[in-house]
Design a protein around this ligand. Structure first.
Ligand code: ATP
Length: 243
């Protein structure tokens, strides 16, 4: 079943001669429980596509659907979450880890005991010791901070999560741990994911399908099995061979 669908989405910033076409007629979809990788060089339009898919930015033309219905941000709050490159941006430095994880749930329930119990569950799910809940973000490693950001994203049981360069700032060995964590959580929770990265190796590890963007356009949309053999566009082949 299709979860999120971008249908001929174009996004233009500015007007006239100085207009930037961040997305041109971009169409792709993410099914329930599926991971779609979105790859492309800097400026190709990946983050713009992410904000459109999350309903944070309206397309200039084209349509975005969630569950077959036109996407309305307010209606899907809690059902969509994002994990970004630098968890420091998502985590309030003055809030404890437990408070940061709890926050998205607190807007939905006043039951403090239930929230506390759920935070405990989330810490366990992302393999962080319960006592880390009392710490602040600056007292954690980069990998631990990203685990906190993932716990925070998962606490409302979203059906769709965007990971935007979520492992790019981490050391390679920590990257591998976080990728394994995401894979395990997805198998357990069944959320659909849009996994954005400039790194083809990382995307190939996780994605069921890979979409390649260049200059605001989709130049490739292939099943993971076809990623190596079937990439036809010279640009996507070049991305593959970079490593
Ligand atoms: N708010 C904005 N105003 C004007 N131009 C913008 C804005 N946001 C993005 N752009 C432009 O749109 C294009 C696509 O940007 P986008 O951030 O989506 O690319 P990206 O592939 O995510 O790049 P990166 O990997 O560097 O984050 C770029 O040319 C960028 O300069």
């Amino acid at each position: 079943m299709t979860l999120v669908e971008l249908d001929a989405v174009s996004v233009r910033f500015g007007t006239g001669a100085r207009a930037v076409h961040a997305m041109r007629e971009v169409s792709f979809s993410v099914d329930q429980g599926q991971t779609v990788g979105l790859v492309g060089e800097s400026g190709s339009g990946k983050s713009t596509a992410a904000s459109v898919a999350l309903g944070l930015r309206a397309p200039t033309t084209g349509a975005v659907r969630f569950d077959g219905q036109p996407l309305r941000r307010r209606r899907v709050a809690g059902e969509m979450q994002a994990v970004l490159q630098h968890p420091m941006w998502a985590l309030n430095p003055r809030m404890s880890v437990a408070a940061s994880i709890a926050e998205p749930l607190q807007v939905r329930t006043r039951d403090r005991a239930a929230v506390r119990a759920r935070v405990g569950e989330m810490l366990e799910q992302v393999a962080l010791a319960p006592e880390l809940g009392a710490r602040h973000p600056h007292e954690l490693s980069g990998g631990q901070r990203q685990r906190v950001a993932i716990a925070r994203a998962l606490i409302t049981s979203p059906r769709f999560i965007v990971f935007d360069e979520a492992v790019s700032a981490l050391d390679v060995s920590v990257q591998a741990q976080i990728l394994q964590l995401i894979q395990r959580l997805q198998a357990e929770h069944g959320f659909g994911a849009l996994f954005i990265s400039h790194d083809m190796a990382v995307v190939r590890y996780l994605a069921d399908r890979v979409v390649v963007m260049r200059g605001g356009e989709v130049v490739e949309d292939a099943g993971a099995a076809d990623v190596v053999a079937g990439f036809t566009h010279p640009y996507s082949r070049a991305l593959l061979e970079e490593r």
